[in-house]
Ligand binder design. Structure first.
Ligand code: UDP
Length: 335
């Protein structure tokens, strides 16, 4: 297929790393982002100034349609969504609007303009509380918060469009995205920051006093939660592979993206002390609502279907790359 690839949410954390790899692979990229949580410099740096950044809101079907008619994309990679579990509990309307209803607008415009390939950011949060660890793609999907429920609605919508209208899709269910570009110029910048790794590194930098560990009474090896951290560069690689597969004829791909190895919060903090050479004071506090004890990816489907294997996802490498980004860009993308 010819024509550029639209990266919706290409100014965000995972989207920008995907833009970098597409551009480096010689693919023409159009970044579609309303910049509500994305950062213009992320898209500009990621694309080495090569991608066109279209500040369009998925909630604006006329602008979206104009963009698709003008640029005639060959496919879409869809990262644009709200992603805070806590916020989804207090403001579910935002999540149903901006995740579910905006995705419907995007799919409708794709259908109207004959664009039939989409790679979609799904999440292990669609599984809910694990009934078994590790979790394969066959694990029941029973999300425990509005964020996970909206992502599951998005998966269902895409599947139904595929069945009825011939949409070809890949739904990639990420575990814990982490790390930064090895070049150190693009990385994670959320406001507010709630994720463990950037917070731990901010403590190492002396920008925060200490890291609070949410709960030490979980049924895990040291009582803290276990997560499967996957490098954002490995995630991006999986998207390029998935897009190539569906553009070469695969019509339905559903894959977990994780390493299959979990680390506890305590283990991660200890490794961060080693990588940064700083003390990283930590203190135990109560559990955070909605946190499953363990989330670890299982099975080999991504390897079997996409030929994908994590290459930079040793937790030490993830922390080293994230540390380089934080050291070089202490204020993230803020000028
Ligand atoms: N966590 C923590 N303290 C923090 C932030 C997170 O103990 O300040 C824990 C959280 O409870 C979870 C793990 O670190 O078990 C990863 O949390 P994060 O928010 O990074 O990702 P999530 O698993 O929620 O997607």
């Amino acid at each position: 297929p010819t024509g550029p690839v639209v990266v919706a949410g290409g100014a965000g954390y995972i989207g920008s790393h995907c833009v970098r790899q597409l551009v480096d692979a010689g693919v023409e990229v159009i970044v579609l982002d309303n910049l509500s949580t994305g950062h213009l410099p992320a898209a500009e740096r990621a694309s080495r100034g090569k991608a066109k950044v279209e500040r369009v809101d998925l909630g604006d079907p006329a602008a979206l349609r104009e963009l698709f008619e003008r640029t005639k994309p060959s496919g879409v990679i869809h990262f644009a969504a709200k992603c805070y579990v806590g916020e989804s509990v207090t403001d579910p309307a935002k999540y149903y609007r901006e995740n579910v209803s905006y995705t419907l607008e995007l799919l409708e415009v794709m259908r109207a303009t004959g664009v039939d390939s989409i790679v979609f950011s799904s999440t292990c949060a669609t599984y809910g509380e694990p009934v078994e660890i590790p979790m394969t793609e066959a694990h029941p999907q029973s999300p425990i918060n509005p964020y996970g429920r909206t992502k599951l609605h998005m998966e269902h919508m895409i599947e139904d469009f595929a069945h009825a209208y011939g949409l070809r899709f890949a739904a990639l269910r990420y575990f814990n995205a982490a790390g930064a570009s090895p070049e150190g110029d693009i990385g994670e910048h959320h406001e507010p920051e709630t994720h463990l790794i950037p917070l731990v590194l901010q403590v190492a930098q002396g920008r925060r006093e200490k890291i609070m560990m949410f709960g030490e009474d979980y049924p895990t090896r040291d009582g803290t939660c276990v997560r499967d951290y996957i490098h954002v560069v490995d995630l991006a690689d999986a998207h390029l592979r998935a897009l190539a597969q569906i553009q070469q004829g695969a019509d339905r791909i559903v894959c977990n993206l994780g390493t299959g190895t979990g680390y506890t919060v305590r283990e991660l903090i200890e490794l961060a002390r080693e990588v940064t050479g700083h003390a990283v004071p930590a203190e135990v506090t109560g559990r955070r609502e909605g946190d499953p004890a363990q989330l670890v990816s299982g099975g080999t489907r991504a390897r079997d279907v996409l030929g994908w294997e994590p290459k930079r996802s040793e937790l030490k490498t993830i922390l080293e790359d994230a540390w380089r980004w934080h050291q070089g860009n202490p204020d993230g993308y803020r000028a």
